[in-house]
Ligand binder design. Structure first.
Ligand SMILES: [Fe+2]
Length: 320
């Protein structure tokens, strides 16, 4: 397990892990190795105030905590009021962190990222020098694929996250990780979102795949369906590998935004890689707090879309 890394992608805030009421006769689901209340997948609690988790590198740094709280409040307000991403005046320290991490990722992307991602990143012209303003990036995406960016204060509960995506809005954070350990963040931040998730939104097929997941998640009221779609998404959008011209390339944003996870995912002998089979994927649990040692390789983007459409049909998730 490399210590110089990983961007842990926690799109499910830990608050949801706690069972707040007895499950009684409800069927249980298992996620991250523990039983969960299926209803928590459908109506999850939402964090209204920021608390850094124990072990967050920013704990104890009052300036960082103040900045993080300010951006939490600003982005939450912009999200709830549907104002679009705010223009953020980034500090020299935040710019320094961006300039340290993004060239390292660029170097790995050129070698290992999927062609779709590389084309999209080039089109979007995100530079190593300046932290992009998401308001401008959002306008560019809207022109290309009719997607837009939604400012997010931090990790949003999965179903809320995908409800925005169903409306072609991708929630993105606007804060930067702590500078003491620039290659690590315990929560999604600008580097994870902007260098992992945002570029592929320029691709029409990718945008359609994503919005199809979003619509299915929004329509269903069954926890087991949400969990199945979440796992489909985790093992493709977040942590997927893909075949390209006989080579395995990195597709998932969680891998693409992590300097440790890119080589680990492709070359480590500790990682089990197997072909993407939907029935296996949706019944496979994972632990988001560590580097991923079980990955699936999709044969193509159209393959993922066909598989998703078949899954939605099989689960009988229909428009309300
Ligand atoms: Fe992510």
């Amino acid at each position: 397990m490399a210590d110089a890394d990983p961007v842990r992608d926690l799109h499910s805030p830990r608050a949801r892990r706690t069972l707040e009421r007895p499950m009684n006769e409800r069927p249980t689901l298992t996620e991250y190795g523990v039983p969960i209340d299926p209803q928590s997948m459908v109506t999850p609690p939402e964090a209204t105030a920021l608390e850094l988790e124990p072990g967050h590198p920013g704990n104890g740094d009052e300036d960082y905590i103040r900045r993080r709280k300010d951006l939490f409040a600003l982005c939450r307000q912009h999200r709830l009021d549907r104002l679009g991403p705010p223009i953020v005046d980034y500090t020299p320290e935040e710019t320094r962190i961006w300039r340290e991490v993004s060239p390292k990722l660029d170097e790995l992307h050129v070698k290992h990222a999927s062609g779709m991602y590389l084309d999209a990143k080039r089109e979007l012209a995100i530079t190593q020098n300046e932290i992009p303003q998401l308001r401008h990036v959002s306008a560019r995406l809207a022109r290309e694929t009719n997607m837009h960016l939604v400012p997010a204060e931090g990790a949003l509960p999965y179903r809320i996250f995908y409800q925005y995506i169903a409306e072609r809005g991708f929630p993105v954070t606007q804060f930067i990780r702590h500078g003491s350990h620039p290659e690590f963040t315990p929560e999604p931040d600008m580097i994870h979102d902007c260098l992992g998730h945002v570029p592929p939104l320029m691709n029409h097929d990718y945008a359609e795949l994503l919005t199809l997941i979003g619509k299915a998640v929004s329509r269903t009221t069954r926890g087991e369906h949400v969990l199945a779609l979440k796992r489909f998404s985790w093992f493709s959008i977040e942590f997927g590998l893909i075949e390209e011209a006989g080579e395995t390339k990195v597709f998932g944003s969680g891998i693409l935004s992590s300097t440790g996870e890119i080589p680990y995912s492709l070359f480590s002998g500790d990682v089990k890689r197997e072909p993407f089979v939907t029935e296996t994927v949706i019944t496979t649990d994972y632990d988001p707090s560590r580097m991923q040692d079980h990955l699936f390789v999709a044969s193509s983007l159209p393959f993922l879309r066909r598989e998703l459409e078949a899954l939605v049909q099989r689960l009988d998730i229909r428009a309300a």
